[in-house]
Design a protein around this ligand. Sequence first.
Ligand SMILES: [Zn+2]
Length: 173
Amino acid sequence: MINVLLLNASFEPLAVVGLSRAVSLIMDGKVDLVEAVPGRELRSPSTRQPMPSVLRLRYYVNVPRRGVGWSRRGVLTRDHYTCQYCGKRLGAHEATIDHVAPQWHCRAHNIPPNTWSNTVACCPRCQQRKGGRSMHDAGLRFHDPNYEPKTPRTSYLVMTSSIRPEWKQYIRI
Ligand SMILES: [Zn+2]
């Protein structure tokens, strides 16, 4: 699977996105190609273009440096609009947030439910299956066994993916 490093207009790394997200950013004219994957092409029946490895947004996105405030949208973005239980890609209309430790449990233990580490992107089907239980009680697991819900930071987003050689000049390792 090809991952693509997305840079801010300022050339700072913003995120690692999957190929389908990268292609839609290209199609929407939101990004410029910075580096391609050597020797690979993106082919459709009518076009051929370089396989993107690094893309740069045409507009600047203001990214808070630390202590990123929790938001529903932030969780969905962090999780690349992918259900963290079954791995399904989520359309904006079906994307929901699941509380890993259910909200009633948080309330009973005086823990804030809406935190980065307690919320993940979830599809309606898994949401229903989980039904207000803990992950363990519902017999659910994260689709990616290495996944841990965390506060999104640029360095975190970059480091969780295998790093392509073309990325190295844009990220600090
Ligand atoms: Zn799911």
